[in-house]
Structure formats: structure tokens, C-alpha cells
Design a protein around this ligand. Structure first.
Ligand code: ATP
Length: 319
């Protein structure tokens, strides 16, 4: 393999830049030309492609976002769109592609591979919702951003004897809420994977109040419902002064943590090794602290699930 491409797709995640850097430098180290495809699959179809040098990826390892930009494209979901992309890759003499993104982006990589173009997926999304890897690039940074917010909000909650509902990202996956909730000592954690009962939340609040705790934190993943509505209901059904904080897009940005930079560097480099070894249609990941790779189709047919042990522990510790 003489020429490979790399793109970032779907929601941006801190550490994507470190992964791009690893793909480019690992490739160049082995004498491979590496091409950056800008604006995800949309840029791929439009031929937004430039050769990257060692210096092209300098000074990005510590930056959030993605220097290759990201985009979502409906057209690429069609076989015609995918063919357009493959034509552009062939026009540039590119023989393999590294796709850094979430499960939607992996679907695209799977389609390209099925149509005869070798792809390797690198899991990059803050949601940590890709099967076949314990962690995705960006999750640790988002988790620490949320944790920082919980700690700050807790100061005000304590000073004013208030209950705070904090809404995090996570439409289908509750990992950010669950991990940040446990690490931040939340009273209740509401995630899409586990049905909640408002009576239980209120009972927990009352129990904490009766043992002398005058402030509480409740974490709600956005997929469960509106944090504002949940806060309103708590206020109506209790005597506790309740406030809501929706964290929003701050969770997607920021300088990647050491853990995310390490993960991104290792996974990006491993993706290049797989292409060099003639592998295709695979995703790379980390499981039990070992780098692994799986067939993308097999991986995507699994359902990501939360660690139920962590969920149980969060309940046990927030008595
Ligand atoms: P995140 O989890 O952070 O949202 P993602 O990669 O899941 O990231 P999506 O918007 O689902 O984000 O997907 C990114 C892009 O991948 C889509 O805009 C589309 O171009 C492509 N894609 C998604 N699903 C498919 C599919 N079934 N077939 C081909 N391409 C797809």
C-alpha cells in the first residue's frame, strides 16, 4: 500500500486530531503517502483531498475538534454517493482509508469496504457507544469536562441548600452521565438504558435530606428526557429548591486528556498497521487495556451496553 487517506466524520471528539496525527506520521514513517480528506464523507464525494506532510499535523496533538473538519452527509448513505467517494479516492491513487468517527461513520466505512474499497474504523466519539472497544476517543475528555462542571455546581448547591439537575449529552448512551455521576457523587443518575421512576428519585432526595444532607445532584442523560422538565417535577413534588443546568456543547470541545491522546495515538497507528497488512473492513479498539481489532460488521451488529456493575455501584454509594 503506497497511498492511504484519513477522514473524520460525525460529531467531533477531543483526540481526533491526535488520531489524525498518528495516522499521518505512522504512515510516513513506513514510506506511505497520507492524504487528508476534509469535511468527512461530504468532502470525500467532492474531492476535498490534500496530501499531508509531517508538518501538516504539527501542533495539533493538544487541540480539541478536528483539523480535517467533520460533516454529516445524507447523499453518502446512497450507493451512488459511495461510488462517487470511491471514484475520488481512486483518482488520487489512494488504496486504503482510515475513518475516525462514531457508529454512523463506521456504517459508511462498512459500505465502502463492501463496494471494494478497504477501510479501517477508528472509534472517535464522546458517547463511548461503539461495541468492540471499552473506550472511544473523546469519552475521557468529555467525562472530565462534565465532572468539572458537577464539582463547580456542587459548590453552589452546597452554599444554597439546593437540588441541581444536570443534563449531559447522551441521546442513546448513558456512559457520560453514568461515569460522571459516579465520579461526581450524584444522588441519582438517569440514563436511557435504565428506566427510572420519579418516586424513587424523590425517595432518595428525602432520605438524603432526613440524614442532614441539604443539597443534591441529579444527573440526566439527554436521551432520558428534558432536564428542565425533570427539575420542574422535582420542584413541584418536593419542598426542595431546584435548579437545572444543561451542559450542552461544552462537552464536545476542549483539549484532550492524556488518556484520550494516548488512546488516539495508539489506535490511529494500529489502523495504519492493519492497512499495511492487507486488512480491511475492521475497526480498532481497546479491550482489557489491549489493542484489538474486529470485523466492523460483527462489531456493529452487537449492541453497546453500559457496565451494569458501575450502575449498581453508583446506586450503592449514593445511599
Ligand atoms: P456521533 O456518534 O458522534 O454522532 P457518528 O459517526 O455516529 O458520530 P453520524 O451522523 O451517525 O455520526 O454518521 C456520520 C456520517 O456517516 C453520516 O452523515 C453519513 O454520511 C455516514 N453514514 C451514517 N450512516 C450511514 C450508512 N448507513 N451508510 C452509509 N453512510 C452512513
Amino acid at each position: 500500500m503506497r497511498k492511504i487517506g484519513v477522514l473524520t466524520s460525525g460529531g467531533d471528539a477531543p483526540g481526533m486530531n491526535a488520531a489524525v496525527r498518528a495516522v499521518v506520521r505512522k504512515g510516513i514513517h513506513h514510506g506511505i503517502e497520507v492524504y487528508g480528506i476534509y469535511h468527512g464523507y461530504s468532502g470525500l464525494m467532492n474531492g476535498d483531498i490534500k496530501k499531508l506532510e509531517v508538518g501538516s499535523v504539527g501542533d495539533i496533538v493538544h487541540r480539541g475538534g478536528t483539523m480535517l473538519y467533520s460533516a454529516r452527509s445524507e447523499e453518502f448513505k446512497t450507493p451512488e454517493g459511495q461510488q462517487k467517494g470511491i471514484e475520488q479516492l481512486r483518482k488520487h491513487g489512494i488504496e486504503g482509508l482510515v475513518v475516525i468517527g462514531g457508529d454512523g461513520s463506521f456504517q459508511g466505512a462498512k459500505k465502502l469496504t463492501e463496494q471494494g474499497f478497504p477501510c479501517i474504523g477508528v472509534p472517535g466519539t464522546i458517547d463511548n457507544d461503539i461495541p468492540g472497544t471499552d473506550f472511544t476517543i473523546g469519552f475521557d475528555t468529555a467525562l472530565n469536562t462534565v465532572l468539572g462542571a458537577i464539582d463547580k455546581i456542587r459548590d453552589t448547591a452546597t452554599s444554597h441548600d439546593r437540588t441541581y439537575v444536570i443534563e449531559t449529552m447522551g441521546r442513546n448512551a448513558g456512559d457520560i452521565a453514568l461515569w460522571a455521576g459516579l465520579a461526581g457523587g450524584a444522588e441519582s443518575i438517569l440514563i436511557p438504558e435504565v428506566e427510572y421512576k420519579m418516586n424513587d428519585i424523590i425517595e432518595r432526595l428525602n432520605r438524603a435530606y432526613n440524614r442532614g444532607k441539604k443539597h443534591s445532584i441529579i444527573i440526566v442523560a439527554e436521551g432520558v428526557g428534558s432536564g428542565v422538565e425533570i427539575g420542574k417535577e422535582i420542584q413541584e413534588r418536593t419542598s426542595f429548591e431546584t435548579r437545572v443546568s444543561v451542559l450542552g456543547y461544552i462537552q464536545r470541545g476542549g483539549s484532550p486528556t492524556a488518556a484520550d491522546r494516548m488512546l488516539a495515538s495508539r489506535l490511529g497507528a494500529r489502523a495504519v498497521e492493519l492497512l499495511m497488512n492487507g486488512k480491511e473492513g475492521r475497526m480498532v479498539g481497546i479491550q482489557d487495556n489491549q489493542l484489538v481489532d474486529h470485523d466492523i460488521i460483527d462489531a456493529l451488529s452487537q449492541k453497546h451496553s453500559i457496565d451494569h456493575g458501575v450502575y449498581t455501584l453508583s446506586n450503592e454509594l449514593s445511599i
